[in-house]
Every structure is written in C-alpha cells, then in structure tokens.
Design a protein around this ligand. Structure first.
Ligand SMILES: NC(=O)c1ccc[n+]([C@@H]2O[C@H](COP(=O)([O-])OP(=O)(O)OC[C@H]3O[C@@H](n4cnc5c(N)ncnc54)[C@H](OP(=O)(O)O)[C@@H]3O)[C@@H](O)[C@H]2O)c1
Length: 203
C-alpha cells in the first residue's frame, strides 16, 4: 500500500499541479480540480483521497456514488466510511456514455488533470469498457477547448511494452483467464501510444 500511495503522489505531481500535505486547515486555497474516472474503486479511492489531502477539488464520475468510500489503510479509522468533503463532487454516470463523460468536463472550468483508474472483471464490466470509456474521456478532453490536456491512465504490468517484465506466474494469468482483460488494457494503452491514436497528442 505504501508503494501505491507513493505512486499516486507522484501521479499528482506528474499532472503538473502543486501537491503538499494538508495540515489542519493551514491552507484553504485550491490547486485546481482533478477529474477521476474509476474513483470508487480500490485505486481510485486512494487517488481521490490523496488529491483532497493535497488541496485539490475533485470530480468523480461514478455509476454508484454510494461506493465513494474512504480507502482502507491511509484512511485509518475512517476507512470504508462515506467520503465526505466539500471539495468532492460526484456525478452519477457511466464512462462508456459520452454524454455522462461530457458532464464531468462541463462541471468545472479549472480541471488541471485527469486520472483514469478504471477496472473490474471483464464479465462484470464488459470486454471493451476500458478502451471505450477512455476513448470517451479523450473525446471530451478535445471537445471542450478549456479542458486540460493532462491525463494519467493506470493500466497494469504486462500491458504494452511491459509485457516481458511481468513475472511468469502473472504471464500465465495474462495469457489465459485474464486474456480478454489484457486485450482491453492493450487497446486502452494504444489510444495513446500509437501515433494514430486519438490520445497521442495529450500530455
Ligand atoms: N488495485 C491494485 O492494487 C492495482 C495495482 C496495479 C494496477 N491496478 C490497475 O488499476 C486499475 C483499477 O484497479 P482497481 O483494483 O482499483 O479496480 P476496481 O476496484 O475494480 O475499481 C474499478 C473502478 O472502475 C469503475 N468502473 C468500471 N466500469 C465502469 C463504467 N462503465 N463506468 C464508470 N466506472 C466504471 C468501477 O466502478 P463500479 O464500482 O461502478 O464498478 C470502479 O470505480 C485497473 O486497471 C487495475 O488493473 C490496480
């Protein structure tokens, strides 16, 4: 979990926004809004939590807003309680619905960066959710001229050029039971990595 938290802090810095620990109301100013897709998941909760701690406003698109809970671990005694913060806005919607994604970018004029922490089992979320949903996000980032061009997408070891780096035990899963998930993850990455990909020119 420490590695995940460190990674997320790095992620926020990479999005180009100042980040600092929030000390008992020492600073009321905001450093812009972070849009999080998949914010109710394990990783997404941590992203939302850390972004709020770093004094950002956060907007989350969630199919079920009641799943927006404080993460286990860094959330301490508040873990699994509803995440309530005046700087957190939750918009109900599905990432594969373009209109729902558009509403996220229309909800704020100071979105400084986008985090995509989408996931789930293929049998639950469908075989192309990652690619379709990320495609909708890219489309919205380009449609709205004032929208940020900064995006961080969490995929997995074994995806794209990290295929060879996966341990053999994980490869055994990648090529069998997780084959469909990894096909979707590879297509999701290629939205950015292929020169012809719609997200290739985003930061
Ligand atoms: N957790 C880890 O330790 C870890 C480590 C390395 C990499 N990753 C990668 O990070 C990503 C997220 O992992 P996770 O463990 O946080 O997954 P997770 O707990 O299953 O969360 C997935 C998130 O995606 C959302 N989602 C799924 N379909 C959606 C849709 N159609 N519209 C809107 N939201 C949708 C889920 O919302 P619902 O609740 O509505 O389904 C949930 O918020 C994955 O790509 C995973 O491979 C995770």
């Amino acid at each position: 979990m420490i590695f995940i938290i460190a990674f997320l802090m790095l992620l926020l810095v990479q999005l180009g926004v100042q980040s600092f620990a929030l000390n008992a109301g020492s600073c009321a100013a905001s450093f812009g809004t972070i849009a999080v897709f998949g914010g109710t998941g394990q990783l997404g909760r941590e992203c939302v939590y850390q972004a709020l701690k770093s004094n950002h406003n956060v907007v989350v698109l969630a199919r079920d807003p009641s799943k927006m809970l404080v993460p286990v671990g860094s959330g301490g005694d508040d873990a699994d309680k509803p995440m309530a913060d005046e700087r957190l806005r939750i918009i109900r919607g599905d990432v594969t619905n373009q209109e729902d994604v558009n509403r996220v970018f229309q909800s704020s004029d100071d979105i400084a960066g986008v985090i995509v922490a989408l996931g789930g089992r293929t049998k639950d979320v469908g075989p192309t959710m990652l690619t379709d949903g990320t495609g909708c996000i890219i489309h919205a980032m380009k449609k709205f001229s004032n929208a940020t061009k900064r995006i961080a997408v969490v995929t997995s070891i074994g995806t794209g050029d990290s295929e060879k780096q996966a341990p053999w035990t994980f490869k055994a899963l990648m090529y069998t039971v997780m084959r469909k998930t990894f096909a979707d993850k590879n297509n999701q990455e290629q939205l950015f990595t292929l020169p012809s990909g719609p997200g290739h020119d985003l930061e």
